[in-house]
Write a protein that binds this ligand. Structure first.
Ligand SMILES: [Zn+2]
Length: 71
């Protein structure tokens, strides 16, 4: 079990358990907030401060663009 610990004010600290369904990020393309599957990255070298994860919609259009671009 991991958790996020942050001091938000003098004497006030939050501790939040990281669970499979409470890790979110913003899509670098459209800015939408979306949940990420942390389990997917558990075995990868993940730089949590710089990794950008596209939302499902943008991933799909990126994939479509890449595929059509290869032809
Ligand atoms: Zn997006």
């Amino acid at each position: 079990m991991f958790y996020v610990k942050k001091k938000i004010a003098n004497g006030v600290e939050i501790n939040i358990d990281i669970e499979y369904d409470n890790v979110y990020t913003h899509c670098p393309e459209c800015g939408v907030e979306h949940m990420i599957d942390i389990a997917e990255f558990a075995n990868e070298d993940l730089d949590i401060e710089s990794t950008e994860i596209y939302c499902e919609k943008c991933s799909e259009s990126l994939r479509a663009n890449t595929e059509s671009g290869e032809k």
